[in-house]
Structures are given as structure tokens and as C-alpha cells.
Design a protein around this ligand. Structure first.
Ligand code: BGC
Length: 227
């Protein structure tokens, strides 16, 4: 049983084949996110990545709120996503059972230990977040669009656009403030930081905070088929 794990991002669409225990079976493949990032174009990009692989089922991480495979929000892609049934479309197009969930939720499913309150944030085009209690996911936590400081959201302060405009040093200082705020709010046992820009983190992290590799966004895909 092989799972094609797909991660739809604001800058790239990535894919990797996993075996039953979630181990990668090949090297990650990637295409640039088509612009405009409409459902039709992204589905086309996924079909292209899938055409080079053999697999039995598909897991997809999507950068927005997802309910029963239907897209609710997609702030960094295109407004035409709202209401789009990505799960059904891909099941038909690829001819394999498909499950779709929020990208940060999938990243978290790959990263958490399953003990106590664990929070995951992802730093990339957007700011993703996922909350777990004893390994059980609270789906679609949207911290990114919540006010953080100076009348701006976490995503406005810490997303890729902010990183590019203020530079790594100031961005790290902001991140330090965000971690302090989130720790007060969630009183988590552990915080995980993932996403494509997690490698830019240079600050000294508290003992209960860990960086996780961006590949978790694909490896976590196996968890969608756990039950
Ligand atoms: C979206 C989240 C997503 C995050 C990371 C945010 O803009 O609202 O759903 O998890 O970006 O892609």
C-alpha cells in the first residue's frame, strides 16, 4: 500500500511516495506553484507530479481551512478555491482514494509526540498552526490570521513577505516575541516550528521548542489514513 503525499504551498507543490509505515520511497519532487494558483491549475500540477509515480492512495496538505475535503479558505492562493471539493476532484482525476487536510495539521501529525498539549507553527508563505491534545488534533486552528502586534496578524508579521522586507535578524526577534505570546496563551508542553522558512530561525529556542524539518509536511500525510 503506497501513499502519494502532496503538499500544496504558496511557492511550490511537492510530492513524495510513502510506504505503509510512512517511510519515503523516493526523492521529493516539486513544481513551482502555478500562477494564478487556481484549482484547475493546481490540480493539473498534482496530476503531473502523480503521473511519474506508482501509488494506491493520496494525502494532500492544503494551505487553508479544509472541511470534509472541501476548501473553506485559501488566502495565499486564489479566491476561486472557496467551496471547491478538492478531495472529490482528485479522487476522480487520479483514480485513487484521496484525503485532504490543512497543511499545518498534516505537518503536526508527522511531528508531535502524542503527549499533553502540543502546538505546531509553520513558517512559509503563510503562518500555519496546529494544536494537539494527547495526539488528538484540534483541526483548522488559524492562529496566522489572529492579531499579534502593531495591528498586524502573525502572518503579516512573520510570513515570507515580512521576512523578505525586514530581514532575518528582525524577523527572528519578532518570532521570539510570538513564541513568548503563544506560550502564555496555550501553556503547551511542546512547540514545534516547521515550514520552509524554519531554517531561517537563529534565535536561542526555549527547551520546550523544537525545529522540525519541512519534509514533515509530507511525512505526516500517512496519518490521514491511520484509522
Ligand atoms: C492559512 C493556513 C495555513 C497557513 C500555512 C495560512 O495563511 O490560513 O490555513 O495553514 O497559511 O500555509
Amino acid at each position: 500500500m503506497k501513499t502519494l503525499a502532496v503538499d500544496i504551498g504558496g511557492s511550490g507543490v511537492k510530492a513524495l511516495v510513502l510506504n505503509e509505515t510512512g517511510e519515503p520511497q523516493n526523492k521529493r519532487s516539486r513544481v513551482d506553484t502555478p500562477q494564478p494558483a487556481t484549482p484547475e491549475k493546481i490540480v493539473g500540477a498534482i496530476a503531473e507530479l502523480a503521473s511519474a509515480q506508482a501509488f494506491d492512495r493520496v494525502s494532500v496538505g492544503f494551505p487553508g481551512v479544509v472541511r470534509q475535503g472541501i476548501i473553506d479558505t485559501a488566502v495565499n492562493l486564489d479566491t476561486s478555491w472557496v467551496g471547491f471539493d478538492l478531495e472529490k476532484t482528485l479522487t476522480e482525476k487520479l483514480g485513487k482514494p484521496t484525503r485532504v487536510a490543512n497543511d499545518a495539521d498534516i505537518q503536526g501529525l508527522g511531528a508531535v509526540s502524542g503527549k499533553g498539549v502540543e502546538l505546531v507553527i509553520t513558517l512559509g508563505t503563510g503562518f500555519g498552526s496546529a494544536l494537539f491534545v494527547d495526539g488528538k488534533l484540534v483541526p483548522n486552528l488559524e492562529m496566522g490570521h489572529h492579531p499579534f502586534r502593531k495591528d498586524q496578524t502573525y502572518e503579516e508579521q512573520l510570513g515570507r513577505t515580512a521576512l523578505e522586507s525586514i530581514g532575518k535578524k528582525r524577523w527572528n526577534r519578532r518570532l521570539e516575541k510570538a513564541i513568548a505570546t503563544l506560550e502564555h496563551l496555550f501553556n503547551y508542553e511542546r512547540l514545534y516550528i516547521g515550514g520552509g522558512e524554519a531554517r531561517q530561525v537563529t534565535l536561542n529556542l526555549p527547551a520546550n521548542v523544537a525545529i522540525v524539518e519541512n519534509i514533515m509536511g509530507l511525512l505526516g500525510g500517512i496519518a490521514l489514513w491511520r484509522d
